[in-house]
Design a protein around this ligand. Structure first.
Ligand code: GLY
Length: 282
């Protein structure tokens, strides 16, 4: 099987994103997808999606890890999850604070019976497992918070990969919507926003409430498992999303190595490579 990887960096806001930021995001995605493809040659799909998402979390252009958005009470709370298509194990952290890479904490949870932790429990687990205190706030996000402009920045990061053994995996991480109520749960650490089986792997971005209402990633994967082609599974699921004007985008790979993407509104930014050619959209 030819290894393949696709990553996303959330949505551009057409009204508020400058051309400079667009170009910087596209360049960052190209660099990260190419690095990730090199990594995938020597690692499994599940190791690779964690690697890619941790690089995206470390890049302050995206709303995950460093550069996450600030909630209504002035704090940053992040959510991340991963799913291994082979073992069907899902692990995630919801509303974790002051760690560098939420996806690495979720990865650590894969070895435990209790695999989805929220709030204080997630923070305590991280500290007990040597994740040091780390403040992911950058001055630009504080400025946006003070100007109450974060709602224009809908973002999440994610990666899906197929390795040379044909194993599939998905990982997703987010700083949330910005200005949300403390306690609000993002889709990114649920199977609606991140899901994988032996048949298909999907990572979503967009408005978490819409993604949960549409059960977006789970429905796409289930439809593929039930025999639908990947493109048809996307089209049917996004048609259902459109019935309530849901705002979302998703990336996917199926077990044949087919890559697909769709977004409900302009414009999601994503990149993929098979090691021969790299494509960056939008
Ligand atoms: N999709 C990210 C969020 O709504 O939290």
């Amino acid at each position: 099987m030819q290894e393949k990887v696709i990553i996303h960096g959330g949505f551009f806001s057409e009204s508020s994103t400058t051309n400079e930021v667009k170009v910087a995001k596209q360049k960052a995605l190209k660099d990260i997808v190419e690095k990730t493809h090199e990594y995938l040659k020597m690692h499994t799909a599940i190791e690779t999606v964690v690697y890619a998402v941790s690089l995206l979390e470390d890049c302050d252009l995206f709303n995950a890890g460093l550069g996450s958005q600030i909630q209504s009470d002035g704090k940053i709370r992040m959510s991340a999850s991963l799913m291994d298509g082979v073992s069907k194990k899902f692990a995630g952290v919801i509303n974790i604070e002051n760690v560098k890479n939420p996806i690495r904490v979720a990865e650590k949870l894969m070895a435990y019976d209790d695999r989805v932790l929220g709030g204080e429990g997630a923070i305590n687990f991280a500290r007990a497992n040597n994740f040091q205190f780390y403040n992911p706030e950058i001055p630009q996000r504080r400025l946006e918070y003070e100007q109450k402009s974060a709602s224009k920045r809908i973002g999440t990061v994610g990666c899906v990969a197929i390795d040379k053994e044909g194993r599939l995996a998905a990982a997703t991480s987010t700083g949330g919507k910005g200005f949300e109520m403390p306690g609000r749960v993002s889709d990114s650490a649920t199977p609606a926003g991140n899901y994988a089986t032996n048949d298909c792997a999907v990572s979503c971005t967009g408005v978490g409430e819409d993604i949960v209402s549409a059960a977006l990633a789970t429905k796409i994967v289930t439809r593929v498992s039930d025999g639908m082609m990947l493109q048809q599974a996307f089209e049917k699921t996004f048609k259902e999303l459109a019935e309530f004007d849901g705002f979302a985008g998703a990336i996917a790979i199926d077990k044949k190595g087919t890559i697909y993407h769709l977004d409900s509104h302009p414009s999601m930014v994503y990149a993929y490579t098979d090691g021969i050619e790299t494509f960056v959209f939008k």
